[in-house]
Design a protein around this ligand. Structure first.
Ligand code: MCA
Ligand code: AMP
Length: 510
């Protein structure tokens, strides 16, 4: 493997493919099989197609499609061609998609054929130049248009500081912000994790096989999991979604699995899970939300494996991890990754002593370039000495393990998906008969936290839980819809007039 002089992440993937490119890169449960050569040629065709559209420099390619090998190839082709990838959750509906199109101004939108009828008018209104479709079964206008293209493409030269992807995340305000990630952010993180987690090259005996069951529109599934396998020349068993029975079927053929805590809760409860089933597994990684100590213990009892918990953000990719070889401590997210500085500070910006709770801040090659077209907001989120304020609260223990103990940002994490109360409150407050609302997260065995709304009617108005849920369901992604809506006469406020969400969590959290 020679030195890679092109900063494009795809150049690294290319350089680290197995020497024998006829080896399997991606396999699906329904029997599809893609070699590394297939991957190289398919991404070349798609990169040529993108180039033929003559998109402007730095163009954004917005993608809302089912998970499929071709969807991953579209991502890689976008990098290869030097454009910026913008993945969108498949659960998003019109109001959500419209916001992203207006804000990111992509030049190309790729969507599922069955959604084209409502996305096409939005794209036209937002002056998106091109719209193509891609379904989960190798169909759609993207594949048709790419077919005649050449299967050779010289990966476009990119510098480490050049943009590779924009991931929308909300932060404190409830208005989604695009986190701009560079080729350098992702390349450095992929290489650090490869070493830290002891990845075994895919073309060596006993090499790693990744069981991939995460969605690919977030950092966890698209970057941490896929990049891990791709820069390691490892095969991926590519599941379209987390299907418990299918995961159990594929575990004996796999060595690495990455999931959100909800997946581990379901696995740990599954009748078929035992040591024999995971006999070939080397590593289970959890992240995106807190893994309960109880789940960690239950999983270890069933499998003999101690889940490795790590901590990341859209803005920073991965920043800490429990050790691969050392003790993996349940309830902690481990140490700062090599090359990454993580500190916990008090309200004056002074470093906290061990066990003292403070704000978590981070600096390193993994930290993003800023929020898309929001220089002010970007400045606010960085300290004078260049650390990014994560909005998470934590503490180090005497041995240097970091624990996340809360969040200063008003955020709910449900099954690994972030939900911003402010956004949901905005939708509820617009409804007739609603005076005001507060959205909180309450403990939930499966999702970790469940979105819950507390709503105050206008004088004389009658509100109905089912009607509010039904109306929200028609407008926003399903995972954001409150599982329960409580109707109350008033919201508890402090002397400053601020809604006391902790009191609501206490009242409705049981
Ligand atoms: C699905 N539903 C949910 C969620 N997912 N409700 C609340 N929270 C959720 N997370 C609802 C649907 O709206 C639907 O409701 C019903 O559950 C069934 O939908 P289905 O898709 O079948 O659900 P599922 O297959 O059981 O999904 C659960 C899941 C999924 C597998 C845990 O949520 C998932 O894949 N989560 C992973 C999220 C992830 O990748 N996060 C990484 C973010 P109804 O029937 O009422 O319509 S990256 C990140 O956070 C950072 C950087 C990091 O550190 O990694
Ligand atoms: P996002 O910005 O959507 O990528 O979500 C990132 C947030 O997820 C972080 O700021 C944390 O609040 C949370 N998070 C990620 N990993 C963990 C973890 N292992 N434990 C607790 N929270 C986590």
């Amino acid at each position: 493997m020679g030195t890679v002089t092109n900063g494009n992440l795809y150049a690294l993937v290319e350089a680290r493919m197995p020497r024998d490119r006829q080896r399997c890169a991606i396999e699906t449960p329904d029997g599809l099989y893609y070699t590394w050569d297939d991957l190289e040629r398919a991404t070349a065709k798609l990169a040529n197609l993108l180039r033929s559209l003559r998109l402007p420099l730095g163009a954004r390619v917005a993608v809302q499609t089912e998970k499929s090998p071709e969807a991953l190839m579209l991502y890689l082709a976008t990098l290869r061609a030097g454009y910026v990838f913008l993945p969108l959750n498949t659960a998003y509906q019109a109001a959500e998609i419209d916001y992203f199109l207006a804000d990111a101004q992509p030049s190309l939108v790729v969507c599922s054929p069955q959604n084209a009828h409502w996305i096409e008018p939005l794209a036209r209104r937002r002056r998106v130049a091109h719209l193509l479709t891609l379904d989960g079964a190798r169909g759609g206008t993207l594949i048709e248009a790419g077919a005649p293209e050449s299967d050779r493409f010289d990966t476009v030269r990119r510098e480490p500081d050049d943009l590779a992807a924009i991931l929308y995340t909300s932060g404190t305000t409830g208005r989604s912000k695009g986190a701009m990630l560079t080729h350098g952010n992702m390349t450095s993180n992929a290489l650090v994790l490869q070493a830290y987690w002891g990845w075994r090259r895919g073309d060596e005996p006993g090499g790693d096989v990744l069981l991939h069951a995460l969605p690919i529109f977030h950092v966890h599934g698209l970057f941490v999991a896929s990049h891990g396998a791709l820069v390691n020349g490892s095969k991926m068993i590519w599941l379209p979604r987390f299907d418990l029975a299918e995961v159990l079927r594929q575990l004996p053929r796999s060595t690495v699995f990455m999931g959100v805590p909800t997946m581990y809760v379901r696995l740990a409860d599954a009748p078929g899970l035992d040591r024999e089933l995971v006999r070939n597994m080397r590593l289970f990684v959890s992240g995106s939300a807190p893994l309960l100590v109880e789940t960690h213990r239950q999983f270890e009892q069933r499998t003999g494996h101690r889940i490795l918990e790590r901590y990341g953000m859209s803005e920073t990719v991965m920043l800490t991890s429990n050790p691969y070889d050392g003790e993996r401590r349940p309830g902690t997210v481990g140490f700062a990754l090599p090359g990454v500085s993580v500190r916990v500070v008090d309200e004056h910006g002074m470093r906290c002593a061990p066990e003292q709770i403070g704000a978590i801040e981070v600096e390193g090659p993994n930290v993003f370039k800023g929020y898309w077209r929001m220089p002010e907001k970007t400045r606010e989120e960085f300290t004078a000495d260049g650390f990014f304020r994560t909005g998470d609260l934590g503490k180090f223990d005497a041995r240097g393990y970091l624990s996340i103990v809360g969040r200063s940002k008003d955020l709910i994490i449900s099954g690994g998906y972030n939900v911003y109360p402010k956004e949901i409150e905005g939708f509820i407050d617009e409804m007739p008969g609603v005076a005001e609302s507060a959205v909180i997260g309450v403990p939930h065995r499966d999702f970790g936290e469940a979105v819950t709304a507390v709503v105050v009617p206008r004088p004389g108005a009658e509100l109905d839980e089912a009607a509010i849920i039904a109306e929200l369901r028609a407008r926003i992604a399903g995972f954001k819809v409150p599982k329960r809506v409580h109707i109350v006469d008033e919201l508890p406020r402090n002397s400053m007039g601020k809604v006391q969400k902790n009191m609501l969590r206490e009242q409705f959290g049981r």
